[in-house]
Design a protein around this ligand. Structure first.
Ligand SMILES: [Zn+2]
Length: 389
């Protein structure tokens, strides 16, 4: 019979140990995976950000479902670095070629102040509240957790932003950012269903937060009672997984596009005019081939004399509602990793009730998409205001 220390000595000769700094650096720069093999009750107090969590007892059973490439670098982590030695040895025997045991484990990771997160869990209230989501096979418990952990920024608490905010809050998107510097006007109430008669004269983001909290008090609503500018846009949007552009303002649309292309954030875009609405997702860095950005379709804003003045243009009140629901659906699907509207533009005509979908490709000469890979993006443009809604 062999004692534990003798066995660890044997294993130690077969397994390479690496320190937490290397594990972190390779996770960021080489897409190496950190596998946290501690038990669920240990993980409750924190685990490296974006680590894969499989308890040691399930490791051999589950690793193949997650890591199919035997060449990928795997950094195995436990609390102090002993269990990870044994687990690494097991994975090497299974045929994984680049397995390393993380020296000092999660204790060392925390001591070095490397980033970690406390994984959220569904509690019994969540199971009840989101039961109808969870029953959808493409969502399930895992999908609902993803939704609860996601962060979506809604630009504009208006006609499109209203249904977006309400449905995303209802569905359990954990964090909703809402940016708008406007106040609620009586003429808004015909379509902007986030607001009520009592909100007239008050800030739109305050009104939105109140309504969302009444619907779902679990949602973390972050208010930005300001205009998005070239100075603040990167600081704001870099905190979010998805941006939904519900503005009807060319200046802001180009700014959102340019920053989302640069920061590789999906930009869901909806717009309406009279009886027509359209929506798509601009995400040139996605896996979709030849995915366009907003500038691929519209390289420059129209001259102010031909741009419709939104203050004067009519819009059927229900139309932004429908486009907003499409935008919210798209956001949920992107979070869940399901099919999306990248490279496709949907146009809806509320008179004929026709939905038409067109393929849209990137423009090889686009000055923004063309910069991907070089990381040398043009400065943000400063267009004069064309129109706001
Ligand atoms: Zn482009």
């Amino acid at each position: 019979m062999i004692d534990l220390n003798s066995y660890l000595n044997v294993v130690n000769k077969k397994v390479i140990e690496k320190n937490v700094d290397e594990a972190f650096n390779n996770q960021i720069s080489k897409n190496a995976l950190i596998i946290d093999i501690r038990e669920p009750d240990e993980i409750n107090s924190g685990s490296p950000t974006n680590a894969i969590r499989i308890s040691k007892g399930m490791l051999e059973m589950q690793i193949g479902q997650i890591v199919s490439n035997p060449e990928i670098e795997l950094f195995i982590m436990c609390a102090a670095g002993k269990r990870s030695l044994i687990a690494s040895y097991s994975l090497i025997q299974m045929g994984y070629k680049n397995v390393f045991s993380v020296k000092g484990g999660f204790n060392a990771w925390k001591n070095k102040s490397l980033p970690f997160e406390i994984p959220k869990k569904l509690n019994s209230e969540d199971f009840e509240r989101y039961k109808r989501n969870i029953l959808v096979p493409e969502v399930g418990e895992k999908g609902q957790l993803k939704l609860l952990n996601s962060k979506i920024l809604i630009v504009g608490a208006g006609g499109i932003g209203s249904p977006v905010a309400l449905y995303l809050a209802a569905t359990g998107i954990g964090t909703l950012g809402i940016i708008d510097d406007d106040i609620v006007d009586k003429t808004n109430l015909q379509r902007q269903i986030l607001h009520s008669e009592k909100s007239v004269g008050k800030s739109k983001v305050m009104s939105a937060k109140k309504r969302i909290s009444e619907l779902n008090s679990q949602i973390n609503v972050i208010e930005y009672n300001k205009r998005i500018t070239k100075e603040n846009i990167e600081i704001i949007i870099s905190n979010y997984d998805i941006v939904i552009d519900g503005t009807d303002n060319f200046n802001t649309r180009y700014l959102i596009n340019d920053a989302c292309v640069k920061l590789k954030i999906p930009n869901i875009h909806g717009s309406v005019f009279l009886f027509e609405g359209q929506f798509t997702t601009f995400w040139p860095s996605s896996k979709v081939e030849d995915a366009p950005c907003y500038r691929c379709l519209y390289p420059l804003p129209p001259p102010p004399e031909i741009a419709p003045s939104c203050a004067e243009a009519g819009v059927l009140g229900v139309l932004p509602g429908l486009i907003g629901v499409l935008c919210a659906t798209e956001a949920i699907k992107i979070i869940l990793g399901l099919e999306n509207m990248v490279g496709k533009l949907m146009v809806y005509n509320a008179l004929s009730m026709d939905f038409e979908t067109y393929k849209v490709e990137n423009n090889k000469n686009c000055e923004y998409c063309g910069c991907q890979g070089t990381e040398k993006y043009p400065e943000y443009s400063d267009y004069s205001e064309s129109c706001t809604i």
